[in-house]
Design a binder for this molecule. Structure first.
Ligand code: RNT
Ligand code: ZN
Length: 419
């Protein structure tokens, strides 16, 4: 027996004393996929090569060397991250990550063929792909409005873009045999207090109505609309607010995407999951970490991450939740960023699955809140580490800090050669 297995055996005994079936918990998390976002690999740059900088009220800061400059580099980097992460993964693309063969292909011209390279790669790895229309970093988004713009011409341009994105997503679903989750996020908003908060929201609804009037098989594509509180340069008004997106999603049988950084700083998405789960079939999460604002810091295993994971497990929401990540830190090694964030997300899920739920529920029902609190606190020092190590080993990923050296080696061998 290896040291990892020995420690695991003892930990398993201890959890059994607490009434927890460790093997069942591991099996549950092994079924859960996390969608790794491509955009951490190159600071939301994409491959349109138009020279347009990142806009839309989001910001990637930092200039750490070695970012991916081509689709091949991004794929190679992602594969490195995959090898360091234990668990089932998907890959989440944005429309700007097309392969245009050096020819300008505008957003209203993209086709499935521009993503064939990604599909081939996903097939090779046996993973699913998710997708996002890109409503930012484009001259036609310069007013801060896209699908809700007062000009019909601009709205039509973006409607066409999104329709094409859904067609591409449907192609992904068909090709890969797993539904492609499309997240629709528009940066639409206004810097200073608007006098008309209603018309842009009505226009946004009319635009989405047209986009979603094209029906696809749900086996291939699922659609979520992502809300937001505010963005840089759109501090006073966001067209697709939480109420708007939740209302639109519920009314139209879509998914309301919840990004952990898109609410008031003391508001947590964990508390929203049980409520929304009653009114939509599925949930789509953008697991992120806001620091003071929607800063998209790398996800860590903090209280918020723990609470999100606990809510998903306690309410048995994992089977109908699409877990995607959304952070972009350009100030550190980007493969480390991916690996830290995704390992933490899996870690949080596994830890949440190790609760004696029946017992805790029973205590709560009996109003025995003292014992409930006592047990929850004791659980915090239960031997989770050995279970996590075993889970990593079982799923072919490095145990403990060993992955860091692998990342450093990759930086030496590959990243440092990019200048
Ligand atoms: C922006 C949204 C959105 C983006 C990605 C790149 O605030 O969170 O999801 O981060 O589409
Ligand atoms: Zn997001």
């Amino acid at each position: 027996m290896s040291k990892v297995e020995q420690a695991f055996a003892l930990a398993k005994e201890r959890y059994a004393e607490l009434g927890v079936d460790v093997d069942a918990a591991i099996a549950k998390i092994e079924k859960t996929a996390i969608s790794l976002h491509c955009w951490q690999g190159d600071d939301v740059g994409g491959f349109e090569a138009t020279g347009e900088g990142l806009s839309g009220g989001i910001l990637s800061t930092g200039n750490y060397p070695g970012k991916a400059r081509t689709p091949d580099e991004l794929r190679q980097d992602a594969e490195k991250a995959f090898s360091l992460i234990p668990g089932k993964l998907r890959f989440n693309l944005h429309a700007i990550y097309l392969e245009n063969g050096g020819r300008k292909v505008d957003r209203d011209e993209i086709e499935p063929c521009h993503f064939q390279g990604w599909v081939d790669w996903a097939k090779k790895l046996g993973i699913g792909l998710d997708f996002n229309p890109t409503f930012f970093s484009h001259p036609k988004a310069a007013d801060g409005l896209t699908l809700s713009h007062p000009s019909k011409e601009i709205r039509d341009f973006w409607i066409e873009h999104d329709k094409r994105c859904r067609k591409i997503a449907n192609f992904f679903g068909e090709q890969l045999g797993t539904e492609c989750v499309v997240n629709h996020w528009t940066p639409d908003g206004i810097k200073d207090t608007p006098v008309d908060r209603l018309s842009p929201r009505q226009r946004l609804a009319a635009s989405y109505d047209e986009i979603f009037s094209v029906k696809y098989d749900k086996k291939n594509i699922r659609d979520g609309v992502e809300s937001k509180l505010f963005g840089i340069g759109a501090e006073s008004y966001t067209v697709g607010s939480h109420e708007w997106c939740m209302g639109y999603a519920i009314k139209n049988n879509l998914i309301a995407t919840l990004d952990a950084g898109h609410f008031h700083p003391t508001e947590c998405i964990s508390d929203k999951l049980s409520s929304i789960s009653m009114f939509t079939d599925n949930l789509l999460l953008h697991v992120s970490r806001g620091v003071r604002w929607d800063s998209d810091h790398v996800v860590v295993w903090n209280d918020q991450m723990r609470a999100i994971a606990e809510e998903l497990v306690r309410n048995d929401l994992l089977p109908r939740t699409y877990v995607a990540l959304d952070f972009f830190d350009g100030s550190i090694n980007r493969i480390m960023a991916w690996t830290i964030g995704t390992r933490c997300a899996f870690k949080a899920l596994l830890c949440a699955a190790l609760e004696p739920l029946d017992e805790l529920r029973k205590l709560e029902k009996e109003f025995n809140y003292g014992k409930r609190l006592a047990l929850l606190e004791e659980l915090k020092s239960a031997p989770f580490g050995p279970v996590w190590d075993y889970y990593c080993e079982k799923n072919g990923a490095p145990v403990g800090e060993k992955w860091i050296a692998e990342c450093e080696q990759y930086e030496k061998d590959a990243l440092s050669k990019r200048c």
